[in-house]
Design a protein around this ligand. Sequence first.
Ligand code: AMO
Length: 438
Amino acid sequence: MKRIYSTDVKELEDGERCRLGGWLQEVKNLGGIAFFKVRDRKGVFQVVLVKKEVGDEFDELVNIPRESVVEIEGKKQITDQTELGYEILPTSVKVDSFAEKPLPLGVIDKVDAEMDTRFDNRFLDIRKNKKKLIFELRNILLEGIRDFFQKEGFIEIHTPKIVAAGAEGGATLFNVDYYGKEAYLAQSPQLFKQMLMSGGLERVYEIAPAYRAEDFDTVRHTSEFISLDFEMSFIDSSDDIMSMTSYLIEHSLKHVIRKGSDKLDKLGVEVMVPEHPIKKIPHYECIEILEDLGKKWEGEKSVDTEGEKILGEYVKENYDTDFFFITEFPTHLKKNTFYAMRKDYDPSVTTYFDLEYKGQELVSGGQREHRYDVLIKQMKELELKPEDFKSYLKSFKYGMPPHGGIGLGLDRFVQQLLGLNNIREAILFPRDTSRLEP
Ligand code: AMO
């Protein structure tokens, strides 16, 4: 007999035979009768065991440890004794795998265990419905993102994650011993997606891991994250990139609402879709707003983590939105981005922007410098050696269209979308300064 899910049982007739499987969540033994609550991927079903009918096996069955994997064959029985209005009367109970006692982590406990205990036992942690829902919603979000790019004529690409040169500055590079040669884990697909613009693909996107040796612990950084990148050619300015980014956000959030509303309700999350066009605030204006709101800086005035939070609250209050772009980033604040195009009229300002979501940076992007000579000049200013970027630079010498793109932290997107207090909650097996296992 084919296995069905707990949610399929309601469609069965009274007395109809069925086969189900899952994790034994709870056993309630009342002496002559016992109840199992068994959880599968879609919900929970109840099994009723009557001692008189089960016979000698009854004592063995009621002692099966919690969280063991069981398979039940039996028939549906309509009853007014349970909330669901039905239960399963078994003809056979098979244990596929016994769980050891005690469990290192409670699955139905009301209070969450310490984060470390949870992540050491992540397989048990995600048996909890609220944790599993995060990854189901992440999947729906990804579906919406891919759907958007396919509709807009982008092709999905995969670029190397073992690379010879860093794209985002030396400080956060992970070294790799590559057959005796020095190599790194890719911080971003930046250089490759640009080369593909010279290759004529015109519109590409990638959803893949990126690596940064961040040497601090924050709730929004991990050493490995999923970077969602797109790059497109023949743009007029970074406005084209911001516009595409806004449509991407709008489309994917609407998709999440359309396909995931029941899951969002279970997590108590309300999603706000930004109105077009998303508000743009130049960096210098952000500073003025922050000054007016009384922010003090130790050193140089920039939009730091605290500033982002204040501005997030400011736009929410004044414009009723979770999103806004910070535009016109001063060149020296985007110091690692040698590839950023600067404003013609003022080279101390770039065409670069960040997209902020609920007071946290979600996206960085802008128009790239496609003129070979200018690119070399910018690299030298940052004391980078053009010979370290030979194969990248070559693609600028034989026909490179004006282009631009973004990098979006997918894990941060999920974090902010679902209001999670730590980015690690949005990642199955996070990597950070202290976590390499599991
Ligand atoms: P940037 O370095 O700003 O830009 O990264 C883009 C986005 O990636 C996310 N992100 C991270 N998420 C989790 N942990 C980290 N350690 C981490 N670092 C970055 C953020 C960030 O906004 N090449 C450019 C993009 C481009 O211009 O196309 C880049 O990587 O959400």
